[in-house]
Write a protein that binds this ligand. Structure first.
Ligand code: NDP
Length: 392
């Protein structure tokens, strides 16, 4: 019996709330707080059991701490934006409450991301006797757990990790992003950092291409090398790993549109003067693009996210592919969500569940691959994200 405070009522937040609400024995009380309280009300109205809702500006640590003191949760699930990670972690330290998120911290005024801001919270969290689980969505999140599971059951050592993320769906809009547009565009326009022979290297964004044949009828789709945050912790936590790459499928239309937006300055994150008003072009762009949650109805097709892993077992080379396929239609039928929100929200709920049940427990700051992957993998099968292992 535990209370959870979920912050962020967007596409992912809506799924997290619904999945937590399905498990009243674990999540006996739920409070959903976000910047636009009307979105909390919409989610609340869809549930068959009561939850509390609240307005919060999660950039403000004192406001978060005051809400924690009022609602007394055991855990905060942060599914707002990466900008809010540090203020919410500070509020956890102030109030002694555990923390979980799905995306690493980014400063608003600079396009970059790294765990270097959140790792220094390890000692303060230990001192306070509380736990933070970072990056517990699908990627990061399940991708980390697939690596830990493979290491436990299939390899003595993993040498190469290729993470492949394909959304082969069609939302019918000329251009839209499947999670928060600002965060998505910042991520895809960064140089592609990758780990090769134990060193970090970079390539220009969206230039290194791999046409990968995805399983179960999804077929061949162009994927592009890009930097993703779980590479940083997997390089630390998977012993013996030499190569780590992250590949994401982008359609030609997506790449062309992003290039045009970049070329005309619409992805800038610094304020420009517009008729006497400071306007951040990326913010304005986010404002006019569709909200991720609005794509759900009528979304066709499926996503396939997984890890292609190479290494050694008993002195012999081994290669396996672990993946999940999620249908947009199924995500909509169950949670009125599209598959990208669904595949992020379900693992966040499972991570929270394992923390509250003390199955995954520790003091300090952790990543999913640092815990026993088996209970998480079992829960993926039980809660809507079944996975497949193929020996290659
Ligand atoms: P949305 O934009 O749909 O939702 C974000 C929500 O956070 C909105 O409801 C927004 O409020 C709220 N919010 C923003 N700022 C604040 C604030 N200062 N205080 C309180 N609430 C705030 O994004 P998504 O749901 O698509 O994504 C949510 C998170 O999930 C992001 O961090 C994203 O990076 C992460 N993610 C992780 C993935 C993974 O696999 N690990 C995959 C996809 C997403 P408002 O409604 O007012 O705008």
């Amino acid at each position: 019996m535990s209370k959870v405070l979920i912050i962020g009522a967007g596409g992912v937040g809506s799924v997290v709330v619904q999945k937590c609400a399905q498990l009243p024995d674990v999540f006996s009380e739920i409070c959903l707080a976000s910047r636009t309280v009307e979105k909390c009300e919409q989610i609340q109205s869809r549930l068959s059991r009561p939850i509390d809702i609240a307005h919060i500006d999660a950039n403000n640590t004192d406001e978060v701490a005051a809400l924690v003191n009022r609602t007394n949760p055991d855990l905060i699930i942060n599914v707002a934006l990466p900008y809010q990670d540090l203020p919410i972690m500070d509020a956890c330290l102030a109030t002694g409450v555990d923390y979980l998120d799905t995306a690493n911290y980014e400063p608003e005024d600079e396009v970059t991301f790294s765990y270097s801001w959140q790792w220094p919270y390890d000692q303060p969290f230990r001192d306070k006797g509380i736990m933070a689980l970072l990056g517990c969505g699908f990627d990061p999140g399940v991708t980390n757990i697939f690596c830990a599971y493979a290491l436990k059951h299939y390899f003595d050592e993993i040498h190469t990790i290729d993470m492949l993320d394909c959304n082969a769906g069609d939302h019918g809009r000329p251009f839209a992003t499947n999670f928060n547009p600002e965060i998505n565009l910042r991520e895809v326009t960064l140089p592609a950092k990758y780990y090769e022979d134990g060193d970090w290297k970079t390539a220009d964004a969206m230039t290194v291409r791999w046409d990968f044949d995805f399983p179960e009828g999804i077929g061949v789709h162009p994927c592009y090398l890009m930097y993703h945050e779980e590479m940083e912790c997997l390089a630390k936590n998977i012993p013996g790993v030499k190569n780590i790459r992250f590949w994401m499928h982008f359609s030609d239309n997506y790449i062309n549109t992003v290039r045009v937006l970049q070329n005309v300055g619409m992805t800038r994150v610094d304020p420009v003067d517009y008729e006497g008003h400071p306007v951040v072009p990326m913010r304005f762009l986010k404002h006019v693009l569709p909200e991720p949650s609005s794509l759900a109805e009528g979304y066709e097709g499926k996503t396939c996210i997984g890890c292609l892993l190479e290494g050694e077992k008993d002195g012999r080379n081994r290669k396996i592919y672990i993946y999940n396929i999620c249908h947009h239609k199924d995500a909509y039928a169950e949670a009125k969500a599209q598959a990208v929100s669904y595949t992020t929200g379900v693992p966040a709920m499972i991570g929270a569940k394992l923390m509250l049940q003390n199955v995954w427990r520790g003091e300090g700051v952790f990543h999913p691959e640092q815990f026993d992957p088996d209970p998480f993998m079992d829960d993926l099968n039980k809660h809507g994200l079944p996975w497949v292992v193929k020996e290659l």
